[in-house]
Design a protein around this ligand. Structure first.
Ligand code: SAH
Length: 230
């Protein structure tokens, strides 16, 4: 077994590297990949840089070059659902690309031929996350995550994404990672801690809460890893 743990930004993987203490660093494809053994299991960890293209490259590299056979994403997101507050955790049930648009040809938003609007995350790891939440005495919501190459800081855009994709949170990497894992048959899990509400104040909220929310997410993901290897 080799587990990939990825984030988009340094802040999202720093708490994981800190917990591991020792790891080997390999440079590949203009990025750094950190390998470690944790409780007898091989891990590969990386942050991709922000957005769908970099996250696609990194997820694909972790699987095809480093041999990861499952992938867990840890990071922060903007909340859509009013029940999600800063610091709260959301587990993605399925993910969609909100900025994928060939609707001019009569297709739905988020769809291209031979693709699908939504990609579903691994049901077993979602189940497992319920047990982890219970053990940690944390409330974790499940929901739909919408991904696009935009930092959303606009009520109107956020409402459009909510209506079009029934999404509960939005970010910039989840759905692209989902497409990669789905195509390569790799079970995946996307967890996000809320950093902002994707509204007018989003950039200020993001700057204030990024670090703390990233730690919340990373702690939970490491408990998931404990459960997987346990
Ligand atoms: N402050 C950073 C940019 C952050 S972009 C810089 O200047 O370098 C936002 C990152 O957090 C992305 O990785 C995305 O996945 C997530 N995210 C959090 N809130 C978001 C929001 N409101 N809209 C889109 N992505 C969001």
């Amino acid at each position: 077994m080799k587990i990939a743990i990825m984030g988009a930004m340094p802040e999202e993987v720093a708490p994981i590297l800190e917990k591991l203490g020792e790891y080997k660093t390999t440079e590949y494809a203009n990025n750094k990949f950190y390998e470690a053994t944790y409780k007898g299991v091989d891990l590969v960890i990386a942050y991709s840089k922000i957005g769908k293209v970099f996250s696609t490259l990194t997820a694909s590299t972790m699987i095809q070059h480093f041999g990861a056979d499952r992938l867990l994403f840890s990071g922060v997101a903007g909340a859509i659902s009013s029940s999600l507050k800063v610091g709260d955790l959301i587990v993605a049930t399925k993910l969609a690309q909100h900025d994928l648009d060939i609707t001019a040809f009569g297709h739905p938003f988020g769809y291209v031929p031979e693709g699908s609007v939504y990609v579903e995350a691994d049901a077993k790891m979602i189940e497992m996350s319920k047990e982890v939440a219970k053990e940690m005495d944390k409330s974790v919501q499940e929901g739909i995550i919408a991904t696009g190459d935009q930092f959303v800081a606009n009520e109107e855009k956020k409402n459009w994404i909510a209506d079009t994709f029934k999404a509960d949170a939005l970010e910039m990497e989840g759905a692209s990672v989902a497409v990669v894992c789905n195509a390569l048959n790799i079970p995946f899990f996307v967890l996000r801690a809320i950093s902002d509400a994707a509204d007018m104040d989003a950039s200020f909220s993001f700057d204030e809460f990024l670090e703390k929310s990233a730690v919340e997410s990373a702690e939970f993901v490491m408990k998931m890893v404990d459960k997987i290897v346990g």
